[in-house]
Design a protein around this ligand. Structure first.
Ligand code: HQG
Length: 179
């Protein structure tokens, strides 16, 4: 059962962040999907999928990746989008240092070009080293890069923190990175 929830959770991430069209739904400008439409779309391939299972996935998700609106008619991902939506992130003052976990094979390019948003709307940063290690491990042999966030912020770069505690910003120049 747990495996099933994790598997469906990954499918939900794909739908809510990257490809709503795979179940023929649309996100609104703030990234919200209609809960009924989402359930119907997923139930086509997942037997007996329903609102209770969806609520369980949202509550038990290890990174609290999704949120409902007040009356549970809409759902969205808190961060991580490649589709162009505005999830109403609040600007925030970052700590002195934030961390970015990546793989060693990307290092040469990062040293040359800085950290890029790549396919997503923002560069994703973690407040602690351990989280960055986990993020980087998804890509290969981990390297954690220190980001001089306070200095960037003082220089006028905007930072946001998502509801689930991920720090987000635009492309980062090499001068703010420590390897
Ligand atoms: C790398 C997960 C070459 C970058 C995580 C990363 C996160 C460059 C990869 C969230 C580069 C993009 C985002 C450059 C950056 N040259 N490579 N100039 N600049 N890169 O998956 O940060 O678990 O889009 O280092 O926890 O790994 O899904 O970004 O390795 O919070 O909720 O390009 O996704 O959240 O990879 O992960 P990604 P990410 P969830």
């Amino acid at each position: 059962m747990e495996d099933r929830l994790v598997r469906i959770g990954k499918f939900i991430s794909l739908i809510l962040r990257h490809k709503p069209e795979i179940i023929k739904i649309k996100l609104d400008k703030n990234g919200w999907a209609n809960v009924e439409e989402l359930i119907k779309g997923i139930a086509k391939t997942e037997r007996d999928f329903n609102i209770n299972l969806l609520k369980e996935i949202v509550e038990t998700n290890n990174k609290k990746r999704y949120e409902f609106n007040e009356d549970f008619t809409k759902i969205r991902a808190c961060q991580g989008h490649s589709v162009n939506v505005d999830v109403e992130l609040l600007p925030a003052e970052p700590p002195k240092i934030l961390y970015h976990g990546t793989a060693d094979r990307f290092l040469a390019s990062i040293r040359a070009k800085g950290l890029k948003k790549m396919n997503r709307q923002y560069v994703h940063l973690s407040k602690d080293y351990e989280t960055a290690v986990n993020v980087g491990a998804r890509h290969g042999q981990v390297v954690v890069i220190k980001v001089l966030a306070e200095k960037m912020h003082k220089d006028g770069k905007k930072f946001f923190i998502s509801k689930n505690g991920v720090w987000l910003t635009g492309d980062i120049d090499v001068r703010y990175l420590e390897f």
